[in-house]
Design a protein around this ligand. Structure first.
Ligand SMILES: Cc1cc2nc3c(=O)[nH]c(=O)nc-3n(C[C@H](O)[C@H](O)[C@H](O)COP(=O)(O)OP(=O)(O)OC[C@H]3O[C@@H](n4cnc5c(N)ncnc54)[C@H](O)[C@@H]3O)c2cc1C
Length: 231
């Protein structure tokens, strides 16, 4: 993907005490101590990680739902955000095509398969220009933006604030880092994972394509990263 065609992703919110919160949730299930006593009982990262790994590996996922993170995302196509908003345990606030009227050429994302061919790229850009002209003609004729947007393409750039809990974050990464996922959402999710791993490195082994966690590929068409289960 060309640099200026890349998503822009920032982690804008996460709990300060992520590990300790999950540890407290995990140990509360098995301890006579109160949650607050558990919370204040240790700062030993290895001890906390050890328990968290065991609990998560056993599928006790409610313990990681206590952690909420928020990303500010821009320079992505509506095609990309449309895929993201299919995830039902996430919360979104997206730039509105009703309330934000495009003035002049709207921003758009060119898929790299098109951008790498000069002739096709030119054709794509010209077509975006044509759409923009029709859109502006409509809005200047008094058509409300909410109706004029009907001519805008999947490529139109968008921005979105996305929040999710850690359970959903891991699920999202497992599904969308798979090479079967479309390139743009895969790129965006990788950037979200990288942002999170920068501040919480212990999450790295969880924020991987699903085959890494399963040990095999469950897709119809495999990229070969992991073997498929014998049929
Ligand atoms: C490679 C790829 C190709 C895709 N292709 C298509 C396509 O061609 N057409 C298309 O329409 N979509 C497609 N999708 C989207 C896909 O079908 C899902 O809608 C999307 O990935 C959200 O996944 P999810 O439902 O697991 O996750 P979320 O909505 O994030 O939910 C997480 C988990 O919660 C549970 N859950 C959530 N809601 C319910 C519920 N109502 N009932 C029971 N359990 C629930 C499930 O266990 C689910 O896995 C594709 C996705 C991928 C990754």
């Amino acid at each position: 993907m060309e640099e200026n065609n890349k998503p822009v992703v920032h982690l804008i919110s996460k709990p300060e005490n992520m590990l300790k919160t999950i540890y407290t949730a995990c140990r509360t299930c098995y301890s006579a101590l109160s949650p607050y006593e558990i919370y204040n009982s240790t700062d030993d990262e290895n001890k906390m990680l050890n328990l968290i790994e065991k609990v998560v590996a056993s599928g006790h996922y409610s313990t990681i739902e206590h952690i909420q993170v928020t990303f500010a995302i821009s320079n992505v196509s509506r095609a990309c955000t449309h895929q993201l908003v299919r995830h039902r345990h996430m919360s979104f606030s997206q730039k509105s095509q009703r309330y934000v009227k495009e003035k002049g050429q709207f921003d758009y994302i060119i898929p790299p398969t098109i951008a790498r061919d000069e002739e096709l790229k030119k054709k794509f850009e010209n077509f975006m220009g044509e759409i923009s002209k029709v859109y502006c003609e409509f809005t200047e004729a008094g058509i409300p933006a909410e109706d004029a947007r009907a001519v805008l393409p999947n490529a139109a750039a968008s921005s979105i604030v996305a929040s999710l809990n850690l359970r959903e974050m891991i699920h999202l990464a497992n599904l969308r880092l798979c090479t079967r996922a479309q390139y743009e959402i895969r790129t965006m999710i990788k950037m979200m994972c990288d942002e999170l791993v920068k501040v919480e490195p212990w999450l790295k082994p969880y924020l991987v394509p699903k085959c890494e966690r399963l040990g095999y590929c469950d897709e119809d068409k495999s990229c070969g990263r992991k073997p498929k289960l014998a049929q």
